[in-house]
Structures are given as structure tokens and as C-alpha cells.
Design a protein around this ligand. Structure first.
Ligand code: FES
Length: 95
């Protein structure tokens, strides 16, 4: 699964499963403060390169998020090159 995001900086593509606990981020993921945020434990990623901004902060219960964050080490999203061409969005899955 691939996720395509549009931010003020442009279009970006990444794998759609959160690297924390594999939540499908198209189910409630949001761009907030320029980062893609997973709705489950609020891990956020930089859309440009998939790097981790925050790992499992779980803003609703930070102690729980910290505990869950230790289950897997912070891992970036795989990203893909994306462009708009003649009204279509093209994703280079080999990038
Ligand atoms: S599954 Fe996405 S932050 Fe935990």
C-alpha cells in the first residue's frame, strides 16, 4: 500500500503502514505541522524523506506511548518519488 500526501511543499509518497505497529495511516492519518501523523499513537514522519519526527508520543497518555515506543526502534517510512503529470498522479515504485 502506498500513501500519497499533498503538503504546502508538494506531493509525497510513502508506504502506508506506520512503522511503529503497522497501523494503515490512510485510516485517520493527518498532516500536522508539516508532518504525517499516525492516528494510533501519534508517531509522526517527515513526508520528504520518511524520517521520524516523533516516535509513539501517544499525546493522550504519554507513559503508555513511551512503553509502546520501546517495542520497536524508530524506523523511517519508505518513500517514493511522486509527480503530477497531465492531471494524473504518478508514483515511481522503483524509487
Ligand atoms: S501504530 Fe502508528 S504510532 Fe503506533
Amino acid at each position: 500500500m502506498v500513501l500519497v500526501m499533498r503538503t504546502e511543499e508538494g506531493l509525497f509518497g510513502s508506504n502506508a503502514l506506520c512503522r511503529h505497529m503497522a497501523w494503515p495511516m490512510h485510516w485517520g492519518g493527518k498532516i500536522k505541522d508539516g508532518c504525517l501523523r499516525c492516528p494510533l499513537h501519534h508517531t509522526s514522519y517527515h513526508p520528504e524523506d520518511g524520517s521520524v519526527n516523533e516516535w509513539s508520543p501517544a499525546h493522550y497518555f504519554p507513559a503508555y506511548g513511551k512503553l509502546l515506543g520501546k517495542l520497536r526502534k524508530p524506523t523511517p517510512l519508505k518513500t517514493y518519488d511522486v509527480r503530477e503529470h497531465e492531471g494524473y498522479v504518478e508514483i515511481d515504485l522503483n524509487s
